[in-house]
Design a protein around this ligand. Structure first.
Ligand code: ADP
Ligand code: MG
Length: 346
């Protein structure tokens, strides 16, 4: 069927290239579709608040490994990473739907564990579970979450609103989820070679939690509202700081300068990265899965947040021609590269 068309490997396009390729002929037909493909969530117009919708698909063996991800954590994380996209629009999530494909190797008790995690996340973030779909699966566990949120039109933050001179801010700290994953992978290998050895995760709680139990930053959305700051652009860090700031720059048609010495890296992340022979800066730039919020603000808003310990200014927006740069601790200029996680290049 595809013989005359030749054959193009999906890996050549990458995730974003593939999405663009498949969807660029689709035109928006309704005025109510304020924003379609291309941001953290779609924006629909309805009444006095806009509706935000985002969906994610998690596949066993691609996005998670049941060898070290407890099922309850999986349910919790599946919801959190999805809510994170609503928060990245500066909105508040209110509902989710959950769809699952389960193979017969799972007993009821296992699926219940996943739902315990989903329930925990719903309780913690005040979310209603309003539907979904259930099917059997022949190839491992499939979990898809769609979340629905709300925001006033003037509060919504797109990826394309950054202006030259804006400050680049990030919540929390970076690289922890990736370094936590490296520890889990290491212990899995040791276990596979010798099942009698128990995993040694001692003292690594914070980074293991960053990997297994990320939290969407609803608190930052509330904090920004309190401080009366509407970021000019925002995204959540799912693929890594480098990849995600480049999404903002590309869509805003701007460049950026980041300062390595400003990157918020937790001491445990830093020390463990070193122990594993990894560069903590590279973990912060390319690790991904931190689910922190990365946003740009007008310079005049700086005084409103400069005392907040949970938000760090890491750089500023420049013109497009200057490109995306990082100034290292030794003042060397590096071109940023989006080496984020890519499901098609494993
Ligand atoms: P995020 O990392 O924030 O979840 P993605 O990188 O998954 O965002 O998606 C980028 C954009 O592409 C989003 O607007 C998403 O809805 C859209 N998208 C992703 N996959 C598809 C698809 N198969 N068909 C249509 N739109 C898609
Ligand atoms: Mg996102």
């Amino acid at each position: 069927m595809f013989e005359n068309k030749g054959r193009t490997e999906l890996g050549e396009l990458g995730e974003f290239g593939l999405i663009e390729h498949l969807t660029n002929n689709f035109k928006i037909r309704h005025e109510t579709s304020v924003k379609g493909i291309g941001d953290d969530a779609a924006v629909l117009h309805s009444g006095d608040k806009e509706i935000l919708i985002s969906t994610d698909l998690l596949l066993e063996g691609i996005h998670f490994d049941l060898a070290y991800v407890p099922l309850m954590h999986l349910g919790y994380k599946a919801v959190q990473v999805n809510l994170s996209d609503i928060y990245a629009m500066n909105g508040v999530a209110a509902q989710i739907t959950v769809s699952i494909g389960v193979s017969s190797k799972f007993p009821l008790e296992a699926v219940e564990e996943i739902y315990k995690g989903i329930e925990l996340a719903c309780n913690k973030f005040n979310i209603d579970l309003i539907g979904g779909d259930t099917s059997s699966s022949k190839q491992g566990l499939v979990l898809s979450v769609t979340s629905i949120g709300y925001a006033a039109k003037e509060d919504i933050c797109y990826r394309n609103g950054a202006n030259e001179g804006d400050l680049i801010c990030v919540s929390g700290d970076l690289g922890g989820a990736y370094v936590g994953l490296q520890i889990l992978e290491r212990e899995k290998q040791i276990f596979l070679e010798n099942p009698n050895i128990q995993p040694d995760l001692e003292g690594k709680d914070y980074i293991i939690e960053r990997q297994l139990k990320p939290e969407g930053r609803r608190d930052i959305v509330d904090l920004l509202a309190q401080m009366k700051i509407v970021p000019t652009a925002m995204i959540d860090i799912s693929d890594g700081l480098a990849s995600d700031i480049m999404h903002i720059c590309k869509q805003s048609e701007k460049g950026c300068t980041l300062y390595e010495d400003k990157f918020p890296i937790d001491p445990m992340t830093y020390e463990t990265a070193r122990e594993l022979g990894l560069d903590p800066t590279v973990c912060a730039l390319n690790g991904g899965e931190d689910y922190e919020l990365l946003f740009t603000i007008k310079q005049e808003d700086y005084t409103k947040l400069k005392h907040d310990v949970d938000i760090t200014v890491i750089g500023h927006i420049t013109d497009k021609a200057s490109g995306c740069k990082m100034i290292s601790k030794s003042s060397v200029v590096h071109e940023l590269k989006a080496q984020g996680w890519n499901a098609f290049k494993l």
